[in-house]
Design a protein around this ligand. Structure first.
Ligand code: ASP
Length: 346
């Protein structure tokens, strides 16, 4: 018997475990055992590690809500047995999965740390080792026998972020992620510094459970100069959708053309929830600041405030499956559930 923390490492795929297929000259997901053999340093860590691997590891471009549920269920099945989780995931859609999990893992009180890498673990210059080893150390951190971190995070290139605040910003740099509207939770240098005041306040908790149902009846409308009525109509009239993420300019601004407002109004009358999210990576939606957002405010659009696009998608799928009234939906969207946005008061 040891008092070392127990960590479950969940491998879903991604570059971290990929190898070059010399026939096609592409990177493809590889077997998990081979991945661990390449990091013997793991044995030196002061924790007990158990592993779970997707039967067929995937490139995260193939990620889907079904896989999110699979990851959530693995966490649930092992929740009582382990002190923390590390999820190895491709970086391309890591922010989406990690944001979704932040909502689906209701009343989470243990760390779930997502990480991956830009170069495969077998590459001489790989960033995988540091990311994986430090992610495991972070998941092992305890205060008075309780996990220090009790939320879903993303660790990449020396920084720990709140997962639902992150976005992938670079396809080449080791520093692939940023958290434009929320400070880091921890930084790894000579010392591992946790900024405790930035961690999620986990008071008033019920029992941990997994919310499996994510509603995918949604659409995204990204504005651009020259967008035509026929395109806007096509998106807003997509059959059976229940929610739309409207990606606007700057502080939540959009054209004031009457056909645009009419199409939005018709969608709202059909009961579709429309959330205003800015295309800017930093800053927030402030409807009413400019004349070009007054009409959106008057129509009653929901403000995504400073939420990322990835978290907006996840939150919409989560809330739509809760069958809320129009007003409840708006209030819940504009209020932080897992620290994903700054509360918005209309
Ligand atoms: N295409 C890879 C993936 O997302 C990229 C990566 O892992 O960094 O699975």
């Amino acid at each position: 018997m040891t008092n070392k923390p127990n960590i479950l490492l969940i491998y879903t795929g991604g570059t971290i475990g990929m190898v070059k297929d010399f026939e096609t000259n592409t990177l493809r997901a590889f077997n998990f055992d081979n991945l661990l053999i390449r990091i013997p340093e793991i044995k030196q860590l002061d924790c007990n590690i158990t592993t779970y691997s997707f039967e067929t590891p995937i490139d995260s471009s193939n990620m889907s809500p079904e896989y999110w549920v699979q990851i959530a269920n693995v966490i649930q099945d092992n929740y009582a047995k382990v002190d923390g989780f590390v999820v190895l995931h491709g970086s391309d859609t890591m922010s989406y999965t990690a944001s979704a999990l932040s909502f689906m893992l209701e009343d989470l009180e243990k760390p779930v740390i997502f990480t991956g890498s830009q170069l495969p673990i077998g590459d001489l210059r790989t960033d995988a080792k540091e990311n994986l080893i430090t992610a495991i150390q972070i998941a092992s951190l305890q205060d008075n026998n309780l996990p220090q971190i009790q939320e879903v995070c993303l660790y990449f290139e020396y920084k720990l972020y709140r997962a639902n605040r992150t976005t992938k910003i670079n396809a080449e740099h080791f520093e692939a992620f940023t958290s434009p509207n929320y400070p880091e939770l921890a930084e790894s240098g000579v010392h591992l510094k946790v900024f405790k005041h930035n961690l999620l306040n986990t008071a008033t908790k019920g029992a941990f459970n997994v919310h499996e149902n994510m509603c995918t009846d949604i659409a995204v409308l990204k504005l651009y100069p020259g967008i035509t009525e026929v395109v806007v109509a096509a998106v807003l009239n997509t059959p059976n959708i229940k929610g739309v993420i409207l990606e606007t300019y700057g502080a939540g601004n959009a054209p004031t053309l009457s056909w645009f407002s009419k199409l939005l109004e018709a969608a709202l009358l059909k009961g579709i929830h429309v959330v205003n999210v800015t295309q800017c990576s930093g800053g927030s939606v402030i409807m009413g600041q400019y004349e070009t957002s007054m009409h959106l405010q008057k129509l009653g659009l929901i403000s995504g405030n400073d939420i990322t696009f990835e978290a907006a998608i996840a939150k919409m799928m989560y809330l739509l499956s809760k069958e809320l009234t129009k007003n409840e939906f708006k209030k819940c969207f504009q209020t932080s559930i897992k620290g994903e946005l700054t509360d918005y008061f209309a």
